[in-house]
Design a protein around this ligand. Structure first.
Ligand SMILES: Nc1ncnc2c1ncn2[C@@H]1O[C@H](COP(=O)(O)OP(=O)(O)O)[C@@H](O)[C@H]1O
Ligand SMILES: [Mg+2]
Length: 184
């Protein structure tokens, strides 16, 4: 079974960045929210509010061009969930994953935040080798994945897709889509 899965993933085409075409990931029953921010601080503030609504086990897939604000948003989420501005490590471009210990809360305890960046990942196998399956199935963690649309096939259906669009200078459009039943 595991071997079968491995071969299935191994056979997935390597998606080079040059030939990358965004997939239509958002067919089906989805809820859509859209906001505009006009500064990095506004994006972070929005991320902090968004983080307050998150439940343990949430998976956030961040998409959009370089400089569109994915890391800025991730920073806001991580600062809110960890309760400190001190230990954000930046985008895990080379490390592939950065792990944080989050604050506990009364409703459900988020104990870890996993920050991924797929930008330099050549094949999904690399992700499985660093323990993707365990991270993604950690029901007490929150996963944040930059450039998630490079390997959409390894993301579960309940993923919240958050797209960042630069609209000149400091203006960013942020579009959130998730399965309707998850958008409580
Ligand atoms: N409204 C905004 N939201 C987020 N970032 C913004 C905004 N306006 C300008 N910026 C700038 O855009 C850049 C976003 O960078 P970053 O978050 O690293 O993007 P990405 O991770 O998508 O490549 C930063 O230099 C930030 O200061
Ligand atoms: Mg980034």
């Amino acid at each position: 079974m595991i071997l079968k899965l491995f071969f299935k993933i191994y056979k997935l085409p390597t998606q080079g960045r040059q030939d990358f075409k965004p997939l239509n990931l958002w067919d089906g029953s989805v809820m859509k929210k859209e906001i505009i921010t006009n500064s990095p601080d506004e994006t972070k503030l929005f991320a902090q509010k968004f983080a307050d609504q998150l439940k343990p086990g949430a998976i956030l897939a961040l998409t959009g061009n370089l400089g569109s604000g994915k890391t800025c948003f991730a920073k806001g989420i991580i600062e809110e969930l960890t309760g400190t501005k001190e230990n954000f490590q930046g985008s895990p471009t080379f490390a592939l994953i950065q792990e944080y210990k989050a604050l506990q809360d009364a409703s459900g305890t988020v104990v870890r935040v996993y920050h991924f960046d797929f930008y330099r990942v050549k094949n999904a196998v690399e992700l499985f080798q660093i323990g993707w399956q365990e991270y993604i199935s950690d029901e007490t963690g929150v996963c944040i994945i930059e450039w998630a649309d490079l390997f959409p096939e390894i993301l579960p259906a309940e993923t919240k897709w958050i797209k960042f669009i630069s609209e000149g200078n400091d203006k960013r459009r942020i579009v959130i889509r998730e399965r309707a039943e998850d958008g409580k």
